[in-house]
Design a protein around this ligand. Sequence first.
Ligand SMILES: Nc1nc2c(c(=O)[nH]1)N[C@H]1C(S)=C(S)[C@@H](COP(=O)(O)O)O[C@H]1N2
Ligand SMILES: [Mo]
Length: 315
Amino acid sequence: MPAYRFPKIAASEITPQSVFLRRREFLAGAAAAGLIGASASPSLAALAAKPSAYKVSDKLTPKEDATTYNNFYEFGVNKGDPADYSDKFKPRPWTIKIDGLVAKPLEIDVDQLIAKMSVEERVYRFRCVEAWSMVLPWSGFMLADLLKMAEPLASAKYVAFQTALRPDEMPGVGGFTPILDWPYKEGLRLDEAMHPLTLMAVGIYGDLLPNQNGAPIRLVVPWKYGFKSIKSIERITLVEAQPPTAWNTAAPDEYGFYSNVNPKVDHPRWSQATERPIGEGGGFFNSPKKDTLMFNGYADEVASLYAGMDLKANY
Ligand SMILES: Nc1nc2c(c(=O)[nH]1)N[C@H]1C(S)=C(S)[C@@H](COP(=O)(O)O)O[C@H]1N2
Ligand SMILES: [Mo]
């Protein structure tokens, strides 16, 4: 995430629609013919997601950019690393666990979970703390619906999330000076987690999530900086106190717990007033700057969650 690590320029070539459609037909056909494991087929079916009212009209980021310009430090710190070095990562079969302050702790296979949930396609704005942005069509379901299955207790005030940690499959987690205190962790206040905008994403562009985008299941919180949107989630724990988060632990003066997109609160090393939409001009530096919106444009939906809070102190 540090700004001095200049990103590789991403290819902005768009996958031709015909290639994309052929791949979907192949997958659907293969699933129907039983060529893809039983656990994979329910999710493919579920990804014929119904459209949702949450759909911004901004121009979509080309799929090629969204899948080659990534932050996923478990696979390396450069933007191209997650796409280049995540081929050993096995996102299926996958079990996700919900525990802590809940009446009904649960542990469930991710494809069984997807089959149970109401999967929608939503087009969200996404803003990284590094001042770049994307607009992506996500397939997913509300985190609120998942948490309700576990029945949070009255004492639960926060939700802690944890990414899988698999040194054999993740070339970025080894080394003598770990970049982050692995496993990657994030957290939300319970009311933020229960907000209808808060999505558990299982796909992008109508297909399952690629490894580099957080397969098989990740969080998307569109009014917060991108690092809150934790990838490849293995465990969700309901807790009473504000949980530690990876970036807040690494650099507390740079990355707060709340991390709401706020153009008026600069990062200590750069301005947050503007952003560059990735893909519009090919990579970061060629993209034109545009103004960053309060809560990334979702103020009408979420500003009330922070009524009475000083959003400069609680960055
Ligand atoms: N486990 C994990 N989750 C993560 C990260 C990471 O390094 N590890 N990076 C975060 C950051 S900084 C951003 S901007 C988004 C990027 O998501 P994308 O690559 O799908 O655009 O993922 C977030 N989730
Ligand atoms: Mo980010």
